[in-house]
Design a binder for this molecule. Sequence first.
Ligand code: FMN
Length: 217
Amino acid sequence: MNQPDETPTLDGTFPRKGVGNPPGADASANEVLRALFERCSIRRYTDDSVAPEVLDVIVDVGLHAANAGGCQAPIVLVSQDEAVNRRLGSISNALYDEGYYPVLEAQPSTACEVGITNGFYDAPVVITVFTPKGWSYAPFDASLCAANMMLAAWSFGLGSCFVSRAARTFATDFGCQVKRDAGIPDDYEAQLHLVVGHPESTERDAKPLYPNRVAWI
Ligand SMILES: Cc1cc2nc3c(=O)[nH]c(=O)nc-3n(C[C@H](O)[C@H](O)[C@H](O)COP(=O)(O)O)c2cc1C
C-alpha cells in the first residue's frame, strides 16, 4: 500500500492518468521553497517544550491561512497538558482502523505495526483545529490552517505531524470533557490535530513522486 511501483492507493482504484510530472525544481531558490520541499512529518520528539513565543507565531500563521469566503471559520485548541495529550493520543491511536503497512521506516506512524501506543507520538504540543458543525468547507479550511502551521513549525526547526481521527477522538466522553473544559463551543467539531515538538530525529524516508500526476492542456 502506498509504495512506489505498487498500486499507490488504499483501495487499488486510484487512476493516475496524467502524462508526467514537472522536472525537479531547484529547492534552494528561496527559503519558502526550501521549507516546502524539505518539510517532512516528524513522529519522534524530544521532551523539550516549545517556547511560548514560537508557539504563538505558529498558531498565528495558522489563523492567517486562506479560508473559504474569508469567514475565518477554524478555531484552534492548543494543548500542552501532558496528561490530556497522552490520553487523547492513546484514544486516537486505538481508533485507528485502516490496517497496518510498513511504510515510513524513519518516522513510523500508527499505521506501522511497531507497537505505537500514543497516536500523538508523545509530542509536547497538540493543536486541534475545530470548525463550525455543518460548515461546507470544514476540511479545506482546517487543512490549510494545519499546512500553514506545519511550515511555520518547520521554519523554526520544529517538527510536526498531521493526525486524523480528531472528530471521533473528541466525540468520546473524555474528548467531550476536554472540549467543554477548554471552552470550545458545542457547535464546533474537531477536524484534525497537528502535533508539534522538537525533532528527536529528522531522518526521513525517501519521497519519490509517483509518476503521471499531472495532465497538461
Ligand atoms: C489528511 C491527512 C491525514 C493524515 N493522518 C495521519 C495520521 O493520522 N497519523 C500520522 O502519523 N500521519 C498522518 N498524516 C501524515 C502523512 O502520513 C504524511 O503527510 C505522508 O506520509 C507524507 O509524508 P510527509 O508529511 O513526510 O511528506 C496525515 C496527512 C494528511 C494530509
